[in-house]
Design a protein around this ligand. Structure first.
Ligand SMILES: Cc1cc2nc3c(=O)[nH]c(=O)nc-3n(C[C@H](O)[C@H](O)[C@H](O)COP(=O)(O)O)c2cc1C
Length: 176
């Protein structure tokens, strides 16, 4: 699948996954896509834990089962994106942008390999991210920022409709 096809096919999947396993080779490629993303000042402020141990996946999904269902409860793997918020340019840090760039690369790699995922950060609020960090031995001072459950969807959905080009983009001047 080429880049444009992966961009067009990516969609947020929140349903159940099949039981099809994800190979370590595929997980390595998926995480490498995140590592290869641009980062402010090349500070590489994002690190990743690829979880494929079913017991750890279950432990993460069951921290907050009401909000995890069904996409986390049936995930065959989870990519956990962890940020270091330390300033990298004067007082500035770019961990939000770095993590977003890495996440999009990862979502495209997931799509290109025939899997699906969804960008989850809402479920990490109210101390859930910290609990996941404890399960994964994330060092104090680093933050679990995004959780990406991965698997083969039971049914492939259609990407969400986006507004047409001419309502969101123009050449040379805003509004055309
Ligand atoms: C910064 C950000 C945070 C998001 N957080 C969540 C989330 O916590 N839970 C969720 O189900 N989807 C989340 N999403 C996915 C969006 O809801 C989704 O991208 C949007 O509805 C468009 O759908 P699409 O991804 O299928 O194009 C998030 C996306 C972004 C970029």
């Amino acid at each position: 699948m080429d880049t444009f096809e992966a961009i067009a096919k990516r969609f947020s999947y929140r349903g159940s996954f099949t039981k099809q396993k994800i190979s370590r080779d595929d997980l390595h490629k998926i995480v490498q896509a995140g590592i290869d993303a641009p980062t402010g000042c090349n500070a590489q402020s994002v690190s990743f834990v690829a979880v494929d141990d079913p017991a750890i996946i279950k432990a993460i999904a069951e921290i907050n089962p009401e909000r995890s269902k069904p996409v986390c409860l049936t995930a065959q793997a989870m990519i956990v994106c962890i940020v270091d918020k330390a300033p990298v340019y004067g007082e500035m840090s770019f961990f939000v942008e770095d993590c977003a760039a890495a996440t999009q690369n990862i979502l495209l790699a997931i799509t290109a390999l025939g899997y699906a995922s969804v960008w989850l950060d809402g479920i990490l609020r109210n101390g859930i991210g910290e609990k996941i960090g404890e399960i994964l031995n994330v060092p104090k001072g680093k933050e679990v920022r995004i959780l990406l459950p991965v698997g083969v969807p039971e049914t492939f959905g259609k990407p969400n409709t986006k507004k047409p080009f001419d309502q969101r983009a123009w050449f040379n001047k805003y509004g055309g």
